[in-house]
Design a binder for this molecule. Structure first.
Ligand code: PXP
Length: 242
């Protein structure tokens, strides 16, 4: 399976102080160096983490595909047409949410989305829609002209994290069925959200033959902070004692 590394939460730490560090651009380059297949980032309407400049620099500097997650708004479409990421992933967005909760309801906006996506498709940008593992959403995704879907794994991740393993396995079966259904109809199938170093193994074991790519962010950033903490403290001690 390919790995898309989502660098949003590197920017979250930076925005806590509105300073210059840590830089998601630097993180994207390190992820590329470490073997990531793609950089994923979400430019939110409220700019709470990634800024426009981050997107521009990442697109300019990395040599692996860039996947821009965005809400289906006019502003975001203009940005996508200007910056030309390799892929856009449409996600729902509510200002009050902490993270993207639930997939995009493609069914309820399919006529609007079909029109919305036309110029992006004409620009040669791959179109992916972040949806729940649901046949109606898959049919609607085909209707609007999507090339791919990204299946929302949040429910699986939450069940697993709460040690509700039977229900988590049931959710994996639901994801599997949806992935097969989508592939049979010619869609590429990706997945992501809430995956961690703990719950990813079972996901991969059960789905590696039908899901091409995972997009993972928060858990990678969280572990980077912890793995790097000892070194960072030692460096500071050295600096203030020389
Ligand atoms: N995929 C999509 C479409 C997302 O919106 C997000 C969160 O921005 C992710 C993957 C990554 O989720 P997480 O940060 O929980 O790994």
């Amino acid at each position: 399976m390919r790995l898309g590394v989502n660098v949003d939460h590197v920017a979250t730490v930076r925005q806590a102080r509105r300073t210059f560090e840590p830089s998601p651009v630097f993180a994207a380059l390190i992820a590329q160096q470490a073997g990531a297949d793609q950089i994923t980032l979400h430019l939110r309407e409220d700019r709470r983490h990634i800024q426009d400049r981050d997107l521009e620099l990442i697109k300019e500097l990395v040599n692996i595909p860039v996947n821009l997650e965005m809400a289906p708004t006019e502003e975001m479409r203009e940005i996508a047409l200007r910056v030309r990421p390799d892929r856009i992933t449409l996600v729902p967005e509510r200002r009050e949410e902490i993270t993207t909760e639930g997939g995009l309801d493609v069914v309820s906006m399919k006529e609007r989305l079909k029109e919305y996506l036309k110029p992006l498709k004409e620009a040669g940008i791959e179109i992916s829609l972040f949806i729940e593992p649901d046949k109606e959403q898959i049919e609607a995704s085909l209707y609007v002209g999507a090339d791919a879907i990204e299946i929302h794994t949040g429910r699986y991740a939450n069940l697993w994290n709460e040690h509700r393993f039977e229900e988590a396995r049931e959710e994996l079966r639901r994801i599997r069925e949806a992935a097969i259904y989508a592939r049979e109809r010619g869609l590429r199938v990706y997945a992501g959200h809430g995956l961690t170093y703990h719950n990813v193994k079972e996901f991969v074991r059960e789905l590696k033959d039908v899901v091409e790519e995972l997009n993972i962010g928060h858990s990678i950033v969280a572990n980077a902070v912890i793995f790097g903490f000892e070194r960072a403290v030692k460096e500071m001690i050295k600096l203030i004692n020389t």
